[in-house]
Design a protein around this ligand. Structure first.
Ligand code: 4NP
Length: 156
């Protein structure tokens, strides 16, 4: 089986998807999984920027330094490079599907579809919220990260 390549996608690539990337990197490393991991945004407003400082603080509280991450925009080639593309909400899903090449290898799916009982739900956008919103984001992406590790360990 080829090395899984996982892409997490949100709107700005400065809040939710960097946290999903961080949570999954940590969970995959702890499980000894060999994976490629990245994140991207459907929008281009924050390209080249570091994650939101509230996202950085949230990750750091879990022992992960994401200050070196830089935002980039989702592009059509991503659908060939990655084996799995997880999006945070329904708007991300529609935007990702709109640029997916026909016959693409990876089909975008909601991140919380990985979590039993949370199928069809969105990871809420914390950008206009406070630190508690970021804690909720972290709880969501951590639950999904652990579910994804379990899934990859069992059947890829
Ligand atoms: P993200 O959050 O999609 O989780 O990175 C947002 C970041 C920026 C904006 C919206 C959401 N914005 O409107 O600039």
């Amino acid at each position: 089986m080829p090395c899984p390549a996982i892409l997490f996608v949100c709107l700005g690539n400065i809040c939710r998807s960097p946290l999903a990337e961080a949570a999954f990197r940590q969970a995959a490393e702890a499980a000894g999984l060999v994976v490629k991991v990245d994140s991207a945004g459907t929008g281009d407003w924050h390209v080249g920027k570091a994650p939101d400082r509230r996202a950085q603080a949230t990750a750091l509280a879990a022992g992960i330094d994401i200050s070196g991450y830089r935002a980039r925009q989702l592009e059509p080639d991503d659908f060939g490079w990655f084996t799995h593309i997880f999006v945070m909400d329904h708007e991300n899903l529609a935007d990702a599907r709109a640029i997916a090449p026909a016959g693409a290898r990876a089909q975008p799916v909601l991140l919380l579809d990985l979590v039993p009982g949370r199928e069809g739900e969105a990871v809420a956008d914390p950008y206009y919220g406070g630190q508690d919103q970021f804690a909720a984001t972290w709880a969501d992406v951590s639950a999904a990260a652990h579910a994804l590790v379990t899934r990859l360990q069992s059947h890829g």
